[in-house]
Structures are given as structure tokens and as C-alpha cells.
Design a binder for this molecule. Structure first.
Ligand SMILES: [Zn+2]
Length: 176
């Protein structure tokens, strides 16, 4: 059994593979090419669903629904926070301004993610990129597009698209 087969697919497919391995070999131990050897697959499945309070950054999500990308800014220090923070970690001011980002910047670097974390295994391979926004801070997020059409130094912009298959709004970089 190859490690590729073990590490692809949904958690329920995984569970079935592990059940087969236990029946065949007596132990839930599989070969995994990412760790370069055998791994014990815990047979107790742990499901996590995070609940993150967002009341104080509600304008960010209201913005996404309208196709806009919002950040917070400390008026005293002129520092942008993105993803937005409710409080300024520099001067502890809790009254930050909400600003709509122009959303344009320069692509610094990127990588294509082929080996995904378990909770991202259902997505097609995706590109994660870092861009320097014109406002003077870096953004790390997915880049919509193909490797052929991007290179470091090119102009990029932030866009709001739905993350499928879940269908929720998120922000992406794409070629400007
Ligand atoms: Zn501040």
C-alpha cells in the first residue's frame, strides 16, 4: 500500500484504509512518504470545529459580503493591521479605524501546495502567495491563477471570491 493512497482523500476514506490495514497486518501502522517511514494512525478520530468570536471585527466580514477588503489602522502610529485586529498591539489603543484597502501591491513570493494539511485535503492544489501592498504591509493568502501567469515582482490585486466547495467569501490575490 503506498503512502500516497493513505494520505489522499477525505478523513472517512482514510478511516476505511486504516481499518483495512489493521485487518491485514494487525496494527494501524502505515508507510508515509512525508515523514519517510512508518506512522501509527490513531484510530480515535478527533473532530475539531473552531468557534472564533468575531464581533469586534464584524466590518471585515460585512466588507467581504460586499466584495471589499477591509483592514484596521492605528491613527496614532499609522500602522495597518491585516487581517484586521481590534486592538493596536503597539499602543494598546482599542479604537482603531476601519479602512477599505485599495488592494493593489507587488507579488513577493509564492508556492504551490501539493501536500495539504488534512483539513485542506479536499481542495485542488492551490497557490499560497505573499504580496507587499501599496499601503505598506504584507498579505499572505491564496492566489487565484496559474503558475504560468505569475512571477515575483508583478503587480497583483486583492479580490473577493467564494471558496468552493464550501461557498464562503474569502480574499485572494490575482494578477492586476
Ligand atoms: Zn497604535
Amino acid at each position: 500500500m503506498t503512502a500516497k493512497k493513505e494520505t489522499e482523500g477525505s478523513p472517512s476514506q482514510w478511516s476505511r484504509v486504516v481499518e483495512d490495514v489493521i485487518r491485514e497486518s494487525g496494527l494501524p501502522i502505515v508507510s508515509d512518504e512525508r515523514v519517510g517511514g512508518p506512522v501509527w494512525v490513531d484510530v480515535r478520530e478527533l473532530r475539531l470545529r473552531y468557534l472564533v468570536p468575531v464581533k469586534r471585527i464584524q466590518p471585515f466580514f460585512d466588507g467581504l459580503r460586499r466584495g471589499r477588503v477591509m483592514a484596521t489602522r492605528c491613527p496614532a502610529k499609522n500602522i495597518y493591521y491585516f487581517p484586521p485586529q481590534a486592538d493596536c498591539p503597539t499602543c494598546l489603543d482599542e479604537n482603531l479605524e476601519w479602512v477599505e484597502l485599495k488592494g493593489e501591491g507587488e507579488l513577493l513570493t509564492y508556492t504551490k501546495i501539493v501536500n495539504k494539511p488534512a483539513s485542506f485535503a479536499h481542495y485542488s492544489d492551490y497557490i499560497v502567495a505573499i504580496a507587499r501592498m501599496d499601503e505598506g504591509f504584507n498579505v499572505l493568502c491564496w492566489l487565484a491563477g496559474s503558475l504560468e501567469e505569475i512571477k515575483p515582482g508583478m503587480r497583483v490585486k486583492l479580490v473577493v471570491k467564494k471558496r468552493e466547495p464550501e461557498g464562503f467569501f474569502s480574499y485572494y490575490l490575482e494578477a492586476a
